[in-house]
Write a protein that binds this ligand. Structure first.
Ligand SMILES: Cc1cc2nc3c(=O)[nH]c(=O)nc-3n(C[C@H](O)[C@H](O)[C@H](O)COP(=O)(O)OP(=O)(O)OC[C@H]3O[C@@H](n4cnc5c(N)ncnc54)[C@H](O)[C@@H]3O)c2cc1C
Ligand code: SF4
Ligand code: SF4
Length: 608
């Protein structure tokens, strides 16, 4: 099939691109502003393929200053987008450890002791210190809270209603078609294949879609972005090494909740010092809440699900959450390298937008508006090129798109944020200090240290639990969990003193129940496994087996052969396994032993 422009992924970046583009392809009298090259007489043919089964199945928190969104929709507040609210109150909280199980450094323990000793004079309640003010760089006071699913549904309806572009959900793109270093379109995923991708009953090879321009907005772990990074390399000095897994619940709060719509809480310090948390209140007593587990939390058993439950049970938060009911659940990777992870933004026949192009700002904790801004900038550039009858060469795209992006607020702010988190390479206290320095000096002073590749950071279980669990006990726990074919983290956390989760069947539910109740995970048959253990012999030698511990959907289990087993039916496509692997890929020191390819299925929830 031939089209003029093909887009990969419908996240906020592509939504911004298509919103701006679709408004300017047709004149008010219905004639095309410029003509299609593949269907003369018609406006340019624009198609977008989205992997998930619906355009509203994305996962995000979404508190945003919405600067770029408001430029596209000046009446954003009045648009009536379900679950949206203007930010009414912001609090930043340092959570102390009421369970006595978290792994705190000596410095942090001293800080905690001082806070507890002087708490009568501090804004301290329920084991939490409320910062007296929200630093300006974190502020979202003029912003809005959204549900990613509802926002994307609303935007998608507007875009498709224009009749100028088509969006196809449930249609993963398997690869970019590259000829002589030029991207000439995309190939869709094969159907009717076995788990390994071999033709089976009803085999239908993925269609080739040729286009003058391929817009890649497939997010932080997208297969097409990865393919382009490998093929074209990254600009000198850039690398993608900082990640986090964000896991969230959408919760119906109790009838008598004191939390007002628009409330924003940000937390740090607990359940482990490295884990950040968020709670945003939508209208009608609904809250989005969750945690981020970063790649610099050097635990070989870093699970998000169990930690999320301990975070919810922190006394400061639990008084708000008690009596609540799980409505939806989700997880997704966040690319935290920001500008340092920026790939070539444009090449012959293609352009990159959104988080996979390094837009996410780790200092301000925002990615949606930044992704959207990059999409609108590309759309303006494309319109200029179309009107000037210029082709989509690297040179023309650099002039029209990259130059625009470089002179925008997006670039200025991403430069300030670029090294703001480097302090975390040396520990949490240094990391917080580094963020504050970068924020207050607008990036002039940072505690710089080049981030290490994630696989280099993973200690052995024996080292990590040294002094807390003896090697003999560790070996026994390992064998017990292997015999049950389950991950190890729950047993480890129990052993070092984390209290049992008091399951209530409403909000505190088992991981498997969350998959059924909150995530509604599904996978169609006839597609290949998108998670591949590339060098099985490395898995057999692997000590930490972090992929199993960190898997958000319990889709990776130990198996019997020493090579983990992947179950597509449970995978939420969070992408965490891509960077939660402790063995380097022998072909590429910046990648690990797991391949995360394009695939179907995943979460079926429109509220995340
Ligand atoms: C739990 C969590 C909380 C967050 N909280 C906030 C917040 O409060 N504020 C904020 O501003 N940001 C937040 N973020 C970050 C924000 O969600 C991202 O920065 C933003 O979504 C990036 O947009 P994007 O369009 O670049 O990519 P994505 O949102 O990742 O969209 C990419 C799309 O491409 C699709 N795709 C991928 N591969 C393929 C393929 N091969 N074929 C077809 N489609 C494909 C994906 O399914 C997806 O829909 C949060 C993220 C998480 C995970
Ligand atoms: S995928 Fe990586 S972490 Fe998992 S068992 Fe294999 S080598 Fe170890
Ligand atoms: S297997 Fe699926 S659910 Fe598990 S970490 Fe990988 S992408 Fe996430």
């Amino acid at each position: 099939m031939d089209v003029d422009i093909v887009c990969v992924g419908f996240g906020p970046a592509t939504a911004g691109f298509l919103t701006t583009l679709s408004r300017q392809l047709v004149n008010t009298d219905g004639t095309p502003v410029v003509q299609s090259n593949v269907l003369p007489g018609m406006p340019p043919q624009v198609v977008c393929y989205e992997r998930a089964d619906d355009i509203c199945f994305g996962v995000s928190g979404v508190v945003t200053r919405a600067r770029a969104l408001r430029e596209s929709f000046p009446e954003l507040e009045k648009a009536g987008i379900p679950m949206s609210a203007a930010v009414s109150e912001e609090r930043v909280l340092y959570l102390l450890d009421p369970a006595g199980a978290s792994r705190r450094s000596t410095v942090l323990r001293m800080v905690d002791a001082v806070i507890r000793a002087t708490k009568f004079a501090l804004p301290f309640e329920n084991h939490a210190l409320s910062l007296p003010w929200t630093p300006a760089f974190l502020h979202k006071c003029d912003g809005m809270i959204f549900s990613m699913g509802q926002l994307m549904q609303w935007v998608g309806t507007q875009v498709q209603g224009s009749g100028a572009v088509q969006i196809w959900p449930g249609t993963p793109v398997s690869q970019a078609i590259i000829e002589e270093n030029k991207v000439i379109g995309v190939r869709l995923l094969d159907q009717g294949v076995d788990q390994k991708g071999n033709p089976a009953d009803g085999f239908t090879p993925g269609m080739d879609v040729r286009a003058a321009l391929t817009v890649v907005g497939d997010g932080p772990v997208g297969a097409i972005g990865q393919q382009l990074d490998t093929h074209f390399g990254l600009p000198n000095g850039n690398h993608v090494r900082d990640w986090a897994i964000g896991m969230k619940f959408v919760v119906d709060l109790a009838q008598d909740t004191p939390l007002k719509p628009g409330t924003v809480l940000h937390t740090f310090g607990y359940p482990e010092p490295e884990i950040f948390g968020f709670l945003y209140v939508h209208p009608d007593r609904v809250a989005s809440l969750g945690i981020f587990v970063p790649s610099w939390f050097d635990s070989p058993a870093r699970t998000a699900y169990r930690y999320l439950q301990h975070w919810m049970l922190h006394p400061y938060l639990w008084r708000y959450l008690k009596g609540g009911k799980l409505r939806s659940w989700g997880a997704k990777t966040l690319g935290e390298s920001g500008r340092r992870g920026e790939p070539y933004l444009a090449g012959n026949g293609y352009a990159r937008i959104g988080e996979g192009s390094g837009t996410t700002n780790v200092l301000t904790g925002s990615g949606v508006d930044e992704a959207w801004a990059s999409g609108t900038q590309l759309a303006e550039a494309v319109l200029d090129l179309l009107k000037a009858k210029k082709t989509f060469t690297k040179q023309n795209l650099d002039e029209a798109y990259v130059k625009r992006r470089r002179s925008s607020w997006l670039e200025k702010e991403s430069v300030v944020a670029e090294k703001s988190r480097d302090g975390f390479q040396r520990g949490v206290a240094t990391g917080m200090l580094g963020m504050a320095l970068a924020g207050f000096t607008k990036g002039r002073i940072t505690l710089a240290r080049e981030p290490a590749q994630p696989w280099k950071r993973i200690p052995s279980l024996e080292d990590y639990y040294s002094g807390r669990i003896c090697p003999k006990d560790l070996a026994e726990l390992r064998e017990e969990c292997k015999a049950k074919n389950i991950s190890l983290h729950a047993a480890l956390m129990d052993r070092v003193g984390w209290p049992a989760i008091p399951f209530d069947g409403q909000l505190l539910v088992s991981h498997q129940d969350a998959l059924l109740m909150g995530g509604k995970v599904q996978a169609q048959h006839g597609y290949a496994d998108h998670i591949v253990f590339q060098h099985p012999e490395l898995c057999q030698r692997c000590g930490a087996r972090l992929c199993i511990e960190a898997c958000s959907g319990q889709a990776i289990t130990p198996g019997q052969t020493g090579v983990p087993v992947f179950d597509r039916e449970k995978c939420v496509h969070c992408g965490a396994c891509l960077w939660n692997c402790s063995q380097v890929n022998p072909e590429d020191p910046d990648r690990m032993n797991i391949a995360f390819r394009a695939g179907t299925g995943g979460l079926h929830s429109a509220e995340n």
